[in-house]
Design a binder for this molecule. Structure first.
Ligand SMILES: Nc1ncnc2c1ncn2[C@@H]1O[C@H](COP(=O)(O)OP(=O)(O)OP(=O)(O)O)[C@@H](O)[C@H]1O
Ligand SMILES: [Mg+2]
Length: 510
């Protein structure tokens, strides 16, 4: 192919546990393009890119880069050749500053000491050049996900990468941050960089990519030019059937009040007020969508209800019981369950088998016990059922959760939280990083939950998700409730945006 920079030929990868993640995969990328790599959770996208980057070794196949056969044994080999990768899960050191992370392992020296001044200058220079706004002195643990991603991109650029691999970069970003990232990617493209972009979001791919390649079940389904593609065509390509991401639900029937939050306040250790006098109710049979630009208290609100902040003040009544000050375990016992935003850090234990992850929070219930001991037969039955229901791609439930693809690890957490049959489900970004097929399934589950007379609090940065699912909508801005709409259909996306950005605020919010 003309000006082809990369060709991966007949790549097969069998992991030590026997999983064949890539089967005779072919990929061709042109110099200077943005090439999308798409496919369902577990299709083999990350594996293919890890092979290119030297993190994994192909069992079979060849890679050609700039006309020569590429043989990299590890990431530093790949970096020397000009290939950089930003992983699906960030690999930064939280306790270090931005500039320290960026130059880690390649620190400029003055004698035997790190030349910090030079390091900061270098980082600032690269940041300015590519318009990646981030403070070199900030401690990584304190900055937002969007900024962490910029740090990862800076790391790769500073090491001279010409081919950048971004593994689901937008899964963790807000719509605003996503648009910012796209501007940066277009700028990199203009500067002659080539980008491989992994995403589940068809609209994003159509917005910035030139070509796309789809994998399914570890095999190449095919490639196409984006300008000749349609949304339907791409989703058909990915899952082999039509997926309509639209919710069909009957009118809501609100029952008694389940959750009654009153004057909830929370100030973090640094003295920042993250929750500012928040009050609202959730009823049986209601999906309450919580909208907001990321970092405006939505996440803290979900976490506070689930007992993460014992020093929050106010009141969180659940069916007549005060939850504030109770342990997470007690809160679960009251009938709440929680799908956390960061499922990798706080949701799943990678070193435990899938079955253990699936029952981790129900282990105390008698349902899975026989004569006081764990009933493994039942546990594995439950495991099998959930794996099937949620289409978790794995060998069996004995497999370690850490070996799952990113999206499948998330499905494990989502499945577990649904399976405890909660009275109130708090779902924090439940479909982030999840493919369209599973997304459709999770939406259906949320509506089922509500139709069964349970409550749902849905926190999402995806306005489309909020609009599709919610019966009522609460908008957070700067830690306070900027607006509440009892009837979600009475408000437009545009109007929500005004409240989210703080341009408007309802005075009398119930
Ligand atoms: N280290 C590993 N050991 C064993 N199996 C693995 C390992 N990493 C991934 N797999 C398996 O290989 C397959 C492909 O996984 P991969 O991470 O490449 O998928 P993906 O397309 O990136 O999916 P996602 O959209 O969920 O990120 C999956 O079945 C996964 O369970
Ligand atoms: Mg992946």
């Amino acid at each position: 192919m003309e000006n082809e920079i990369l060709r991966m030929e007949h790549i097969t990868k069998v992991y030590p546990n026997g999983v064949m993640a890539n089967k005779d995969v072919n990929l061709s990328v042109k110099e200077g393009e943005i090439h999308a790599l798409m496919g369902e959770n577990g299709a083999g996208k990350s594996t293919l890119m890890k092979i290119l980057f030297g993190d994994e070794e192909a069992t079979e196949g060849k890679v050609w880069y700039k006309g020569e056969e590429l043989k990299v044994k590890n990431a530093s080999d790949a970096i020397k050749k000009g290939i950089g990768m930003v992983h699906q899960h960030f690999m930064l050191v939280d306790s270090l500053r931005v500039y320290e992370n960026v130059v880690l392992g390649m620190e400029p020296k003055k004698g035997i000491m790190t030349d910090s001044k030079e390091a900061i200058r270098l980082v600032q220079e690269t940041a300015d050049k590519y318009n990646l706004k981030v403070d070199p002195m900030a401690v990584v643990g304190d900055i937002s996900v969007g900024q962490k991603q910029k740090v990862e991109i800076l790391k790769v650029l500073l090491r001279g990468a010409k081919l950048l691999i971004l593994d689901e970069p937008t899964a963790v970003l807000t719509p605003q941050e996503t648009q910012e990232l796209f501007e940066q990617l277009l700028m990199l493209k203009k500067n002659g960089h080539t980008i491989i972009f992994i995403s589940h979001k068809i609209r994003e791919v159509m917005q910035i990519c030139d070509n796309l390649t789809v994998l399914r079940g570890g095999k190449t389904v095919g490639s196409m030019e984006v300008r000749n593609a349609t949304e339907e065509g791409i989703s058909h390509f990915m899952v082999g059937r039509d997926v309509v991401l639209r919710v069909n639900k009957k009118p809501a029937e609100f029952g008694d009040v389940l959750l009654n939050v009153k004057n909830l306040n929370y100030t973090n250790k640094e003295g920042r007020k993250l929750l500012d006098n928040v009050s609202f109710k959730i009823r049986k049979g209601q999906i309450l969508g919580v909208a907001g630009v990321e970092g405006n208290g939505q996440n803290e609100l979900a976490e506070a209800i689930f007992g993460f902040y014992p020093d929050a003040t106010g009141s969180i009544m659940f069916e007549g019981n005060e939850l504030l000050g109770k342990s997470i375990k007690m809160i679960r016992k009251n009938g709440l369950s929680y799908i956390p935003e960061d499922r990798i850090k706080t949701g799943a234990a990678g070193n435990l088998p899938i079955w253990a992850n699936l029952i981790a929070d129900t282990i105390d219930t008698n349902e899975l016990k026989k004569n006081g001991l764990l009933d493994y037969k039942k546990i594995h039955e439950r495991g099998k059922e959930l794996i099937e229901d949620f289409a978790i791609l794995c060998k069996n439930d004995e497999q370690l959760a850490g070996m799952l693809s990113g999206g499948n690890m998330q499905k494990v957490v989502v499945a577990r939280e649904f399976s405890s049959d909660p009275k109130l489900l708090i779902a924090n970004q439940p479909t982030r990083g999840i493919d369209v097929g599973a997304n459709e399934f999770i939406w259906k589950k949320i509506v089922e939950q509500r139709d069964a007379g349970k409550g749902v609090m849905l926190v999402s940065a995806d306005l489309n998700e909020i609009m599709e699912l919610s019966d009522s909508i609460l908008v957070m801005c700067d830690g306070h409730v900027a607006a509440y709409f009892e009837d979600a259909s009475s408000v437009t996306e545009f109007e929500l945006g005004n409240y989210m950005l703080g341009l408007k605020r309802q005075e009398d919010v119930e």
